[in-house]
Design a protein around this ligand. Sequence first.
Ligand SMILES: [Mn+2]
Length: 354
Amino acid sequence: MPRVWDVPVHDSTRVRDARVAAEHAAAAAGLNEQRTATAALVATELATNLLKHAGGGQVLIDVVAPAVLAAGREANLLVQVATVDHGPGIADVSAALSDGFTTSDSLGAGLGTCARLSDDFDLHSVPGRGTVVVARIGPALGVTARDRGPAARVRAGGVNVPFGGAEYSGDAWAWARSGDRVTLMLADGLGHGPEASRASTAAVEALRGAAHLPPVEALRRLDTALSGTRGAAVAVAQVDTGAAVLRFAGVGNVGARLCEGGTWRHLVSRPGIVGTHRPGTLREEETTWAHDRVLVLHSDGLPSRWAPTEDTCRTAVDPAVMAAVTVRDASSPARPVRDDTAVAVLTSTSPDGP
Ligand SMILES: [Mn+2]
């Protein structure tokens, strides 16, 4: 079962914890010494920034697939370092990203260096609301494939926040590509802790062999793969980039929202539990996919009253950034989270993007 790390950084001793977590994640991703050092540096710098500029925040570290999947080969794994804060925000983002930009007492590498050393780097900052930064560090800069087929214009990313800072999350998200089809899945293993993680991990593993199937068929495969586990709520969304079609099917309580032309709507799942109580009939919803669409899948760790904003319906920002912004804006001290929380976002690459 893959580990996830949620490191609250409210004093300088936790900066080291963020660095150590990045090193563990780098080992899990199979990174070499140099790229492990890069992941550690980025985690250290971003964690230090939380203390210096935002009065503290949260560092989420995870091992993920690339935001854009190459055709016909196993995806590299990357270390994803995401930071979330409720600080004052960055007044001038491009200045903060420029090389040599340091704040008064900084001995750190700076955001510009982090961006240059990372495979992907993006941030979202709103004055008064806070900043979200996402960096991904893979095996070697530049190996992430950039083939130009239509499927390479779809990208996905997400965050996974374990309940109570646990080592494992019962939620998991993954995505896979088969030719022109890209399939995003989010699984919420029943309950939380290692047994829930075992169920959602089984779903992730089964997805790899099911990426060529339509969502309903993939869910049937997953149902078989999850027998013997506690079971999971699972949603599967597939973009057929050749046909410009989105197909969706879900079983159990995984939220799915689609933004079309600036308007959000729900995609509806069937009641049930994949692996233990599969509904007799599965319905597949089909709709047009276009470059401006944004799809969000989320576990019920997100409060049900969560409503996406217009600001969330954006394709210009890294999907993992939008996922982290969603988690931040949906939770509050008044509504504490009582379960693992995963959010995954599927969008198109921006025209001038990667
Ligand atoms: Mn759960």
